[in-house]
Design a protein around this ligand. Sequence first.
Ligand code: ATP
Length: 491
Amino acid sequence: MANDSNKFQAIISHCKEYGFIFPSSEIYDGLQAVYDYGQMGSELKKNIKDYWWKSMTQLHDNIVGIDAAIFMHPTTWKASGHVENFNDPMIDNKDSNKRYRVDHLIEGFAEELRAKGEKESNEADNLLGQMESLLAKDDFAGLKSLIETNNIKCAVSDTCNWTDIRQFNLMFSTEFGSTVSSDDEDNKVYLRPETAQGIFVNFLNVQKTGRMKIPFGIAQIGKAFRNEIVARQFIFRMREFEQMEMQFFIRPGTQKEWYEKWKTTRLEWHKSLGMPAEKYRYHDHVKLAHYADAACDIEFEFPIGFKELEGIHSRTDFDLKQHQEFSKKKQQYFDNDIDPTTGKAYGNYIPYVIETSIGLDRMFLAVMSHAYEEQDLSTAEKKDSRVVLKFPAKLSPIKLAVLPLTKKDGLPEIAEQIMADCKADFRCFYEEKDSIGKRYRRMDALGTPFCVTVDHQTKEDNTVTIRHRDSMDQERVSIEKLKNIVLNAIA
Ligand code: ATP
């Protein structure tokens, strides 16, 4: 399993240096596991969102999108089970007082074992197997003894002096109104830990106003918040992050078939971006969440190893049933299609749900880590190198850089005219400072697929040099053809 921490560190530095991602409130030394997207990062993130949104809503006649509020009635989280169950088993080291998520502690140790060789790799698999089965039984004493017998140590104190394992709720809370005391449970509101519940509580609103017929889906992109304990993997695990979720409402009994369908559809979506198939794998869950009857992750090979990028969950009718019970409002759908076995309409039922849930920030990291390449371009005559971000063109923050060779002789005016002709269709960038070579390198580092150079020949025959980012090939094309070349590449 690849775990390339040098590459990971290089990506983090690159993201900061080129305006993709900054630590939040950096002038105050940052806030752990919270990040800001800069001028380039916010463009890339928006392009990923648009790509997902379009593929889910525009390309599926039976899926519509919503944008629900982050704050929800506090009963939502009682009904969904998050107040009771949104816990992770934690363990503290008594010497360093550092707290760990039990699964992360054991997984980290297994990674270290794996790096040692084949024999240790088998031990790691065995260890993870034992962990999964203990987690599935909520056997905390067994997990603690697994940690102790394997002599798994705290990274800070280097000791194996552990507390018992306890559950820790991951939801952030705040209060509504100005005079409310913080221990007033009734006025406690949560920052949503997932966007899904905003979809469930709007199920009937959308179904009725949109005259939706089962099967249909509701998609949403939005912020979610989790008080993650071990949050030190850049944007892989954040306390404030964004999810792109879709809940697909189906007839009870059809969940197996739809679950398989969405598993395949989602993997195809990832591959449609041109990322290699071997970078992905499924991981079927052994321990199922309280709401699921089947679940798997689509894992991606990040520089920190294969990790969850997206979850596909068969959520049964758990959520709608719970909301029906807690709100005392029926969450049923009337299905007037004919059931061939009875010859009668299916009638009223609470739909089952298949969920696809992908972290936008993790998708950003997947795209960034696949795109990032350090290339040695040295020749016998001179040493040279470049960092290039080989983004799929449709995701690149800037699509076209327009570069006049010099600042005089009317070349900037022609370049500005190209900008004016193209910028309504896609994002362009104008730069006249520094040598052309330096400007190309800078655009490579931002992942810009096309650069055009306006030179003296342009004045004679209306042609420019277009340079392709990945191959670095250059060709002469007439200015009129430019826009279509870019539009075709980003379609
Ligand atoms: P993990 O096991 O990594 O904590 P999870 O199984 O709790 O993730 P889900 O509840 O299934 O995650 O959330 C759906 C998706 O949201 C995940 O696949 C992931 O891409 C994203 N996600 C979850 N937690 C975080 C986080 N703390 N930071 C960034 N993205 C996250």
